[in-house]
Design a protein around this ligand. Structure first.
Ligand SMILES: O=C(CO)[C@H](O)[C@H](O)COP(=O)(O)O
Ligand SMILES: [Fe+2]
Length: 223
């Protein structure tokens, strides 16, 4: 991997106590999280519901400086671009599967002042997302079927990560789903540099140590 890629750890608060969203988020940041990965689900693109821009806006009012990525598991990502920008989101990562005009969505996200992330589910070939790399800041390779935290990591998705790293040495590549101390080695070896981890970090007795272990493993691969 190229030397100036950054190893960044973005915990997912999906399986935390959401009645304490602010406290849980601040604790993760205090324990070394590089950014927050906020899972937005609409009950349509995925069979689950979480929260939307009103909650993100409340969180932003209490946490001024952290980088917020929203992982938009929604059928109509275009609909939420402006509300999420207004809520203070820094990066808008959306799934390309339900979208007709991906390029247009990428453009609108940029026009709204956010970074662009393009995401694919495990069943979507990497060639589908490769088309949009020039319009985006990051590619998310899902390592579980989106919709729920706490699922088993799908190692076969590492082929996609390896392909992207080989062809795009400077690309930010994120993995999400079942990533923790037991699976970070695979992700780092394959070339992922942005790591989402939910259950493994939230459930850890020592969040700071777990976040550091994840980051150190990626840094070791970047060298
Ligand atoms: O997008 C997601 C699920 O659709 C979550 O970000 C992901 O599952 C993180 O949680 P865990 O690390 O527990 O798998
Ligand atoms: Fe996610």
């Amino acid at each position: 991997m190229a030397k100036h890629l950054k190893a960044l750890i973005g915990p997912s608060i999906l399986n935390s106590d959401l009645s304490k969203l602010y406290e849980e988020s601040q604790k993760l940041l205090d324990n070394g999280a590089d950014y927050l990965h906020l899972d937005v689900m609409d009950g349509h693109f995925v069979p689950n519901l979480t929260f939307g821009h009103p909650i993100v806006k409340c969180l932003r009012s209490k946490i001024k400086n952290a980088f917020f990525e929203t992982h938009m598991m929604v059928s109509n990502p275009e609909q939420w671009i402006s509300p999420m920008a207004d809520a203070g989101v820094n990066q808008y990562t959306f799934h390309i599967e339900p979208v007709n005009d991906v390029e247009d969505v990428c453009r609108k996200i940029k026009e709204n002042g956010m970074k662009v992330g393009v995401a694919i589910k495990p069943g979507t070939p990497v060639s589908e997302v490769e088309k949009y790399i020039s319009l985006s800041d990051m590619v998310l390779i899902m390592t579980v079927e989106p919709g729920f935290g706490g699922q088993k990591f799908m190692e076969n998705q590492m082929e996609k990560v390896k392909y992207l790293r080989e062809h795009y040495p400077l690309l930010d590549i994120e993995v999400d789903g079942g990533v923790g101390p037991a699976t970070i080695g695979c992700c780092a070896d394959a070339g992922a540099n942005m790591i989402v981890s939910g259950t493994a970090v939230i459930g850890s007795q020592d969040q700071a140590a777990t976040i550091k272990l994840l980051r150190d493993t990626v840094i070791e691969s970047i060298k």
